[in-house]
Design a protein around this ligand. Structure first.
Ligand code: SF4
Ligand code: SF4
Length: 164
């Protein structure tokens, strides 16, 4: 069994560093099928897709799948291309980060959360005066979690699987 863990080995490509174009970043869990575990797949993310990666944890078991947790950064389009490439190689890609969800049964639409939300993910809709939550705008800053008097906002691990 090979086991490797590291904290902050950040690999920058020259082009990315020069452009200062790191605008999209996610922590991903990659699961490699046995046949792909020895291929230099991660190397291609840097060379072909101009992405920056930071491996947080990696494990490869002989005759079993490999698992890697990494932070992957780049421009949004390159990020998507890179993840699509991983999928084409048979790698299962999962988002390991967190997300905020609203319990609609608890929400009283009091509007308190809209005063603290910095991204406009929580917004009062007029004339009906209801509070809408657009999760795709949420930056997971968690300000609404403590602002909500009835604890309707919750932070949970994101299980999003890309392109499946
Ligand atoms: S603060 Fe809580 S109850 Fe009030 S609108 Fe926001 S989510 Fe709903
Ligand atoms: S976590 Fe932050 S960005 Fe997301 S809805 Fe709550 S206040 Fe807005």
């Amino acid at each position: 069994m090979v086991y490797w863990k590291s904290n902050l080995p950040i690999f920058l490509t020259k082009r990315n560093a020069a452009k200062g174009s790191l605008v999209y970043s996610k922590i991903l869990i990659l699961r490699f099928p046995q046949v792909e575990a020895k291929k230099p797949i991660v190397y291609h993310l840097v060379k072909d897709f101009d992405l920056v990666f930071n491996i947080l944890n990696a494990r490869i078991l002989p005759r079993r799948e490999g698992m890697m947790v990494m932070e992957l950064s780049g421009t949004k389009n390159r990020f998507k291309d890179g993840v699509r490439f991983l999928k084409d190689q048979g790698v299962r890609v999962q988002n390991a980060s967190q997300e905020v969800n609203r319990n609609d049964d608890k929400c009283t639409h009091c509007g308190a959360c809209t005063a603290v939300c910095p991204t406009g993910a929580l917004e009062i809709r007029r004339p009906e005066m209801s509070v809408a939550f657009e999760q795709e705008k949420c930056s997971v800053c968690e300000l609404c979690v403590t602002a909500c008097p009835v604890r309707a906002m919750d932070v949970t691990p994101s299980n999003q699987v890309f392109f499946e």
